[in-house]
Design a protein. Structure first.
Lengths: 117, 112
C-alpha cells in the first residue's frame, strides 16, 4: 500500500547532539511537510518542500533544518536539540493542486517520538 | 485571529451520533473545509472534505451552511474506537491559503 513511513518510531538523543529524522513516501506526492507536535497540543507546521523548493515557517527556529534529496525522501535535522525540542515529529505529504487550491489532503506518517536527555 | 474555533472536548456514549461544529468566520471564497482525526501516538488521518452543503462518506458526514462560516462533522453511532482528537482546517493566509494550520481540535471521549 502507498504510504508515508517515518523512521525511527522512537529516537533518543542527548542535549546538543545533532539528530536526523527520516521520512519516505510511496505516494509520489510533490509536497512534503514536517510538523512538530508537543504533548496535548496541535501539530505545528515547521516547513515544507514544494518539489525542491523549501518553504520555512516564519517562527521555525534555525536549529531545525530539512533536506529533500529526491521526491521520495525528506529529512529533518535538529542541529543542537534542547529539552524543549522533545516532541512527536510528523511527516506528511500532499499532491498540490495549484496556487488557489485549498482542497489538498494531507497524508501523515506515524511520527517519530523524540526524547532529549 | 483564530482561523478555526472548535469545542475543546466532547463526551458521548457508544451508539450515539456525535456532531462537532467548527467556526471559520474568515473563510475565503475558494477555501475547502477539511477534517482530520488523530489517535494518540499516531499522525492525523484525513476524514472528510467539503466545500458547501453536505458531503457523506463511509466514515462521516459534513454539513456546511450557505454562508460557510461554520461546518459540522457528524459521526453516526460512535464506538469506543472513535475516541480521538478531531481537527478542522481551512485555508490560511500564512500558508498561502492552503489548509495546513491545525487549530486546537476537539477531544472526543466515547464511553461504553
Amino acid at each position: 500500500d502507498a504510504m508515508v513511513i517515518q523512521n525511527p518510531r522512537y529516537q533518543v538523543t542527548q542535549f546538543g547532539k545533532p539528530v536526523t529524522l527520516s521520512c519516505s513516501q510511496t505516494l509520489n506526492h510533490n509536497v512534503m511537510y514536517w510538523y512538530q507536535q508537543k504533548s496535548s497540543q496541535a501539530p505545528k507546521l515547521l516547513f515544507h518542500y514544494y518539489d525542491k523548493d523549501f518553504n520555512n515557517e516564519a517562527d521555525t527556529p534555525d536549529n531545525f533544518q530539512s533536506r529533500r534529496p529526491n521526491t521520495s525522501f525528506c529529512f529533518l535535522d535538529i542541529r543542537s536539540p534542547g529539552l524543549g525540542d522533545a516532541a512527536m515529529y510528523l511527516c506528511a505529504t500532499s499532491r498540490d493542486g495549484g496556487d488557489l487550491a485549498t482542497n489538498e489532503k494531507l497524508f501523515f506518517g506515524s511520527g517519530t517520538q523524540l526524547s532529549v536527555l | 485571529l483564530a482561523k478555526t474555533t472548535q469545542p475543546i472536548s466532547m463526551d458521548s456514549y457508544e451508539g450515539q451520533e456525535v456532531n462537532i461544529t467548527c467556526s471559520h468566520n474568515n473563510i475565503a471564497t475558494n477555501d475547502y473545509i477539511t477534517w482530520y482525526q488523530q489517535f494518540p501516538s499516531q499522525g492525523p488521518r484525513f476524514i472528510i472534505q467539503g466545500y458547501k452543503t453536505k458531503v457523506t462518506n463511509e466514515v462521516a458526514s459534513l454539513f456546511i451552511p450557505a454562508d460557510r462560516k461554520s461546518s459540522t462533522l457528524s459521526l453516526p453511532r460512535v464506538s469506543l474506537s472513535d475516541t480521538a482528537v478531531y481537527y478542522c482546517l481551512v485555508g490560511d493566509m500564512d500558508t498561502g491559503r492552503r489548509a495546513l494550520t491545525f487549530g486546537s481540535g476537539t477531544r472526543l471521549q466515547v464511553q461504553p
